[in-house]
Design a protein around this ligand. Structure first.
Ligand SMILES: [Zn+2]
Length: 227
């Protein structure tokens, strides 16, 4: 099974917090670069996920790539997990010449997995990393770790009860498999016993929790399989 390197090139942030206050930082998604093991990123084997860059985020990304000896010009394609403005291609004016190509299907050996809830068409990307972890780039299926632990969802979108329950079911599906979760607007999340136990303990905080016992079941099953 081919394995992949991954690197967060823009650290995501979401000013709106689960307790409904707004933090004083800019809104930007987590942008991840994925490329095949044993190769340097090039136009055929590298993929940026959700490349919406703010000017300062882009500057940081250039620096992050430089420390790995990579330049933006070497990156070939990008994948958008869902059609919300803050996940679609956006580059600062002075880098608009970068010749990225959109791909709508996941490359070979990477799975695109439907994770509805936040958005009906949201697709996560799942793959095996070079250290044999199952990595899931899930975008806004999980906003960030604090939102996850709070069983919060992006309420300004005014979801229906069905969409809220789908949000939890997508989390159940992600936790059934992932070792590392790269959320839509935060740092990578390690799946371990402490986290899964906390999610199980607080599941009753989730709206409509009683209507989706299957989510709790998925979390318990994962907990039983964690070292
Ligand atoms: Zn977003």
């Amino acid at each position: 099974m081919p394995r992949f390197h991954w690197l967060v090139v823009q650290e995501g942030q979401l000013p709106l917090r689960p307790d409904r206050h707004f933090a004083a930082f800019e809104h930007r998604p987590t942008v991840t670069l994925i490329w095949r093991e044993g190769t340097a990123p090039n136009r055929e084997n590298s993929l940026l996920v959700d490349p919406y860059f703010t000017p300062s985020g882009f500057q940081g990304a250039v620096e992050t790539l430089r420390t790995k000896g990579i330049s933006f010009a070497e990156i070939g394609t990008y994948f958008v997990t869902h059609q919300h403005y803050d996940h679609m291609l956006r580059l600062p004016i002075d880098s608009l010449h970068l010749p990225f190509q959109a791909v709508t299907e996941a490359p070979e050996s990477i799975r695109a997995v439907s994770c509805p809830g936040h958005d009906a068409d949201l697709r996560a990307l799942a793959f095996t990393s070079t250290d044999d972890k199952r990595v899931w780039v899930v975008s806004d299926a999980v906003l960030d770790e604090e939102w996850l632990r709070a069983w919060g969802y992006y309420y300004p979108n005014q979801y229906s009860p069905e969409e809220i329950m789908q949000t939890w079911r997508s989390i159940g599906a992600i936790f059934a498999d992932a070792d590392v979760i790269i959320p839509g607007h935060g740092a990578p999340i390690q799946v371990n016993r402490t986290l899964v136990e906390a999610l199980i303990a607080d599941f009753s905080k989730a709206e409509y929790a009683k209507e989706c016992p299957d989510v709790l079941e998925a979390l318990r099953e994962r907990l039983a399989n964690l070292p």
